[in-house]
Design a binder for this molecule. Structure first.
Ligand SMILES: [Zn+2]
Length: 251
């Protein structure tokens, strides 16, 4: 290869430089548009960790309430037992004494069972407490990470906005040197296409929509006497030697 041959008109050359800025601008605008979604995603992760922790805390509260209830039941049974025992002391009838003894014994058995359940619940509470501690650590990490990510996004956003301003200023300066009707045409296509407005002829095809171009259009693009557009996609075509060499029909 002896270097790339280009047959590009000065206006196209200028527009290609503008297009270069515009492509970057479009890219930056698209990245900026994604930022709110990125922020939402970060928030969602933090929210998910918070709700996992809240769920565990809820379970712990329920377990504690249940345990408290058992404790109350035990206390009231003990009060009842005390009453029965006082009655036992006062009674003179053996039958009544035995009946009370029976009640006391049943209540004591019930207390035994309740206290067993209480111990089980205490185990559950203990397990939940350690899960809560671990989940709290996860939440702290997630929040710290979210904070860092938000800062990074904020910096990225500011840098992108700054670059956009710089590109817009450059673009304004570059545009001043371009024929207005060419520029307007270019801008209309760019607004419509949102990617590129000026494309090279690539081996007889449009570099934008990739459809084959009529020989006459290729010929006109090569001459570059006037602005030639692709009939399929409306993009402006230019002749650049770099895409023609492979076909052997560069000239
Ligand atoms: Zn096309």
């Amino acid at each position: 290869m002896t270097g790339i041959l280009r047959y590009v008109s000065p206006e196209i050359e200028k527009l290609l430089v503008i297009q270069d800025r515009d492509k970057r601008l479009i890219q930056l605008e698209q990245q900026l548009q994604r930022i709110p979604a990125e922020r939402v995603e970060i928030e969602e992760r933090a929210k998910a960790a918070t709700s996992r922790l809240e769920e565990l805390k809820g379970k712990a509260r329920l377990t504690e309430a249940e345990r408290k209830q058992l404790e109350n039941e035990v206390a009231s049974k003990r009060t009842q037992i005390d009453k029965w025992r006082s009655q036992q002391v006062l009674t003179k009838k053996n039958e009544e004494y035995q009946a009370l003894a029976h009640e006391v014994s049943n209540a004591e058995k019930a207390i035994f069972k309740l206290e067993d359940k209480e111990l089980d619940l205490m185990d559950v509470s203990e397990k939940l407490a350690s899960e809560i501690k671990a989940e709290q650590q996860v939440l702290n990490d997630v929040n710290a990470q979210a904070q860092r990510q938000k800062e990074t996004i904020g910096k990225r956003e500011a840098a992108m906005k700054e670059e956009i301003e710089k590109l817009k200023a450059e673009r304004a300066t570059l545009s001043a040197g371009v024929d207005e009707s060419f520029l307007n045409r270019y801008q209309r296509i760019m607004r419509h296409r949102q990617d590129v407005a000026i494309v090279p002829v690539q081996h007889g095809n449009c570099g934008g929509c990739h459809l084959q171009l009529p020989p006459q259009v290729v010929h006109e693009a090569k001459r570059s006497a006037e602005m030639v557009t692709c009939e399929q996609c409306g993009r402006i075509l230019y002749w650049s030697g770099e895409f023609q060499a492979a076909t052997g029909h560069a000239d």
